[in-house]
Design a protein around this ligand. Sequence first.
Ligand code: GLC
Length: 508
Amino acid sequence: MPEPWWKSAVVYQIYPRSFADANGDGVGDLEGIRRHLDHLVWLGVDALWLSPFYRSPMADFGYDVADYCDVDPLFGTLEDFDRLVADAHQRGLKVLVDWVPNHSSDRHAWFEDARASRESDKRDWYVWVDGTPDAPPNNWKAAFSQVDPAWTWDEATGQWYLHLFLPEQPDLNWRNPAVVDAMHDTLRFCLDRGVDGFRMDVVHALVKREGFPDVDDPWLSTDRLDEHATHERIRGFRRLLDSYPGDRTSVGEVFILSTAKVAEYYGRGDELHMVFNFPPLYAKWEAAAWRKRIDRVVEEFDPIGAWPTWVLSNHDNPRHAGRYGTEGRARAAAVLLLTLRGTPFLYQGEELGLTDAVIPPERVVDPGGRDGTRAPIPWTGTPDHGWGPAEPWLPWPPDAETRNAESERVDPSSVLHLYRRLLAARHGSPALQLGTWAPRPSADGALAYERTLGDDRRAVVVNFTEAPVEMPVEGEWTIEVASDGAGEGDPYRGALGPDQALVLRPRF
Ligand code: GLC
């Protein structure tokens, strides 16, 4: 049986507010995405993951959903969405949408109804607890502030409601079968419109521990969660996805910094198709740290047949080009990201080598401090960077006059062209897409490994340091892609320059 498409795919995350603006209001929109599909095809990605574009009061910029079955007017209309999916499919691009099941907006009709009275038949769709206004029910803290309680007192009806995130994001009660049914309907709504899968937001946190006990680590602890019941709910999502034709897929945001725990969310092939594993994202740019993270994935995932994912940047974390500190390292990291075993997730703008925007205090909008990574994508070198007359909702990232899609496209030595060559190399190599991963003897501060599938082989060598290293790899190899573009097509002579990473193909 051929492997499903999502194993060999490279997924490109689009944060719609910041990708491209078609109507000139300073906020990106669905039509803006549609108009740039050809660029993404030129780049060579296989699938798009769209961060939320649903109706939302935007307390958490769309991760507070007021209607799971409609598009926020800021982003366009359902017709725009259908057109985007159709045009993406026509170009061979799959489309994943973000699904936010843990909480809705406090302006969702369900919560407005629930909040109206204790007798509302939607009351039990959310998590309400008796008490007095002076003392929240337990010590759980809300995610962004880490000090505010995860509970808000509702004056009118005299109970506390739970929100692991903002007060504007009340947690749904996943113990209530009516919630399960209603949320399954929201999945069906998207599946029926032809989406190829979902990125599932904080999906490990759906069901909370009975009795809501105090915990030691009150804002992150999994002790707050009923994992057993959550796994059961996830199996329900999987059954629903599997009932549709065409290998619909799921990738779960399981924000638990333990690769062993992350592995559990693949179930026995009956839970999530893929799960984000964040420990590598938080690892330093050091060979030993990365080797350890890779080994943990191999140890935990291989025995259960779980397909790994790799990600360096997203809308919640500072971009890796900034974290690692230099463009040379960011280039080497791109080689690593796109040659490990598993599905890589790119975040819009990393292919331009972007770093985070500097946000002056008066322009801060995100309660979670994540504005810098969400800066608008510069498409051109002109002052409006292809966005039109309105000031965009966030400042531009650094060096946008030169670090923009148009300028980098005409410069073969750009980061953009490196990503394009790496994506082409992946497409040309079954070993890179689906092959085994095996470490090879590595110099200090560097990493060598081989990918193999049948007759197809590639070797990858990555220098994590600023000093040159000697690192012969058994066999005779040609440099297929070099992070700095140097020597492509030449024989590999067993040495790497500072910060250099190479994809090697057998010479004969
Ligand atoms: C996830 C999202 C993040 C959002 C949060 C609450 O962590 O990635 O952006 O704020 O969930 O929905």
